[in-house]
Design a protein around this ligand. Sequence first.
Ligand code: CA
Length: 236
Amino acid sequence: MVLNRANLVVMADEHGTIVVIEDDPHISDLVDMYLRKDGFRVLQAQDGEKGLEIIEREHPRLVVLDIGLPGELDGLEVCKTLRKTSSIPIVMLTARDDEVDRILGLELGADDYLSKPFSPRELVARIKAILRRSETQSTQTAQEIHIGSLTIDVLRHEVFIDGELVELATREFDLLEYLASHKGMVRSRQQLLDGVWGVGWYGDERTVDVHIRQLRKKLGDNLPLSTIWGVGYRLG
Ligand code: CA
């Protein structure tokens, strides 16, 4: 496989951080490479203690966790420990292809699992599906998003500048809410189309630009939105 370095630089970190806890460097490097190629920042840990330390420090979006780990904590223990304080998505990897491990992994609160050997593409696809799911859940529970002088009332579909209501069209609101729920992250035009207009909506990417222009017009300097040339947009 040929990796385009220029693309890697642009894409790195776009989708947030994933921690991979796996003692087999061959597997963790492979997973690392595939996730980076897809725009994630990847941090590796070779054992459970180190993994928990990194998670606490970096607040990643998701954890890939091998069950068989050296040291005091195996993957099941790490999962149990994480679940005491966090609902961070966890994908477990198991080398022992028996049901006990799988069921145990799921009962401990893991979001998904893969048996080795697995296809890295499949892992990336599962990770994306889990992240999409958990994003939808968190937008549903968050009622108000504050960004600078902007307040976005998610339930009422209303936006305020310093407490004053601003009239937005439905799509404009949806676009703003989507960007706000990915605060600090660059979203490509295609991601915005998928997230706001819906996957399978075969519109032109310029549709996004038109709506962004409207948002900028209506919200002015209150909208801390950057255009990332050749990539997309980032709010906050
Ligand atoms: Ca292992």
